[in-house]
Design a protein around this ligand. Sequence first.
Ligand code: NDP
Length: 404
Amino acid sequence: MSRVLIIGAGGVGRVVAHKCAAREDLFEAVCLASRNEDKCRQIAGEIARPIETATVDGDVPAQVSALIRQFKADIVINVALPYQDLTIMDGCLDAGAHYVDTANYEPRDEAKFEYKWQWEYQDRFRRAGLTAVLGSGFDPGVTNVYCAWAQKHHFDSIRFIDILDCNAGDHGYPFATNFNPEINLREVSANGRFWENGEWVETMPLEFSCDFPYPEVGSRKSFLLYHEELESLCRNIRGLKRIRFWMTFGESYLKHLEVLRNVGMTGIEPVDYNGVPVVPIEFLKKLLPDPASLGPRTVGRTCIGCLISGEKDGIEKSLFIYNSCDHQECYREVRSQAVSYTTGVPAMIGAAQIANGNWKIPGVHNMEQLDPDPFMDELNRYGLPWHVVENPDHSMTFLHDRSK
Ligand code: NDP
């Protein structure tokens, strides 16, 4: 049995807390900590099983390690913000706890979406006999595991991967983001990038789009973005020739995004306002609806999957592996909409694989480097059932259609 410490009491932290509390088979005690302990207490009050709460600033390694020691945590699930990844990893190394997160470390001053800083912890985690699992959300996370599972069971060689992420939910606001606005807007306003024949190909932000027929949702316009799982998957999937990532956006979202970008509200450099340095995107975050408040009002479904093609026994084949979630069903279960749900459930399952020993391998790992089978099994059991469409008609009919 393990003791699990969750850091970050936002939309995802709520789901992780609910789901870890429900795993009495593996987690003997659960603690939810954030800078603002009131948020933790509120979430703890929603959960039937008693869980502990605490205050911690994840930017301060000494606070993280002190809390790990005090609570005697075996595993830390970091669902604060990507800025805290390294300091929380430092705290884990100092106090001897395993580590799981859902997003790569980001420096505050520039959006990078790179794993290099966390990969540099490889030797330290190995030497300490500790496991770090990087990116155990949906994308990254489940998408990496889908690719590893396809590689293990369905292909001798995978040539092409397209990761397709559709949120067809409607929250009724003209503009809101489904997870942390700062992180979401950084991701969408950055240049796009995909990997082909061993090289990165850069695009303008949202330059390419395609219509993709998402099962259980329907056809949706999807835009090519860079997404962090591409960096590890292009190294770890054998025979790969190309990997891309696509995400859907509604008309209203795109219209607002364009205006906000044009007037400089998505900037991450501080601007002097009457002697006070203000980071535009942080100020914008204050004005936008809190993603955690979208749960009760969001209706519709998500569908996220991997379209994978390659060769098995000399025959060309393709698969679409996906999950689709209903926002309101997620809300009824854990008081969060599906975007937080689809991130929080895999974070719990990643920690569970360390707790049950399946993934207790010293070192720093991306998800596709670990055995996908027990994780795929738990996705079906704990709320994110997956489906496989073999040789889908639409396989590779879309390439890079210019959206503008
Ligand atoms: P939120 O902004 O809703 O929550 C983050 C929480 O972290 C806040 O409530 C905040 O609470 C806490 N926090 C911020 N800074 C610190 C700090 N220094 N120390 C301790 N706690 C802190 O974000 P989400 O819940 O939507 O997202 C959480 C993470 O999940 C993010 O890293 C995001 O990028 C990632 N994510 C990953 C996805 C995936 O599929 N892989 C998809 C969606 C999100 P407080 O005010 O108490 O500090």
